[in-house]
Design a protein around this ligand. Structure first.
Ligand code: ZN
Length: 194
């Protein structure tokens, strides 16, 4: 479990990234951290790319329906409009933000804000997803969470797509993807035929 650093008196902010495959609990971990900040009386703002419309427009929703209100934005530059009173900023589905999100979240950290970023580290081909690799490079804290492989029960790091679509931006539903370990991911649809 990630323990929040104690930075009493520190003037600059910092970046945290929570990454992993689908069904690994990224959003649940983001929500846990955001709730703890709110309980401590800190002002929290949450954003997600407007491309992610799987659930309610106005909320970050994890798979167990434990929700947190979020604002959909079309460009990461909109993050810079966040109010002075906000000290903690959450981003969900960060793999879908534009590349400038790296620069903009760092600017917010320079302003003293804590940025908590959740997103897929790899796409369905096993390649780094959007701006996530750059965010991981500049973050102070990284948490990689894992799912359980649907086939062998090992730790799963990959999101295997069950449908033949090659579109990278295909939003996740349980029946379109499954979490797999490295070995079962490489075996591909051989496993489907068993
Ligand atoms: Zn496996």
């Amino acid at each position: 479990m990630f323990l929040e650093p104690h930075f009493s008196g520190q003037r600059s902010g910092w970046l945290e990234v929570i990454c992993g495959s689908m069904f690994s609990g990224k959003t649940e971990e983001l929500i846990r951290r955001l709730k703890r900040a709110r309980i401590a009386g800190q002002q929290v703002a949450v954003y997600k790319p407007s491309i992610d419309t799987r659930y309610a427009e106005e909320s970050v929703v994890s798979h167990d329906s434990n929700s947190f209100v979020a604002t959909p934005i079309t460009q990461s530059a909109q993050l810079l409009e966040v109010g002075k009173e906000v000290t903690v900023i959450g981003l969900d589905e960060a793999q879908f933000f534009d590349r400038d999100v790296v620069q903009h979240t760092q600017e917010l950290a320079h302003r003293g804000k804590r940025i908590i970023i959740a997103g897929l580290d790899m796409d369905f081909r096993g390649q780094p997803f959007g701006p996530m690799c750059d965010l991981l490079a500049v973050a102070e804290y990284i948490t990689k969470v894992h799912a359980i492989c649907s086939h062998c029960g090992n730790l799963a790091t990959h999101s295997y797509r069950l449908s033949p679509s090659m579109d990278t931006v295909m939003l996740g539903e349980r029946d379109q993807y499954e979490a797999r370990c490295r070995k079962c991911f490489r075996m591909g649809n051989i496993l489907d035929l068993r």
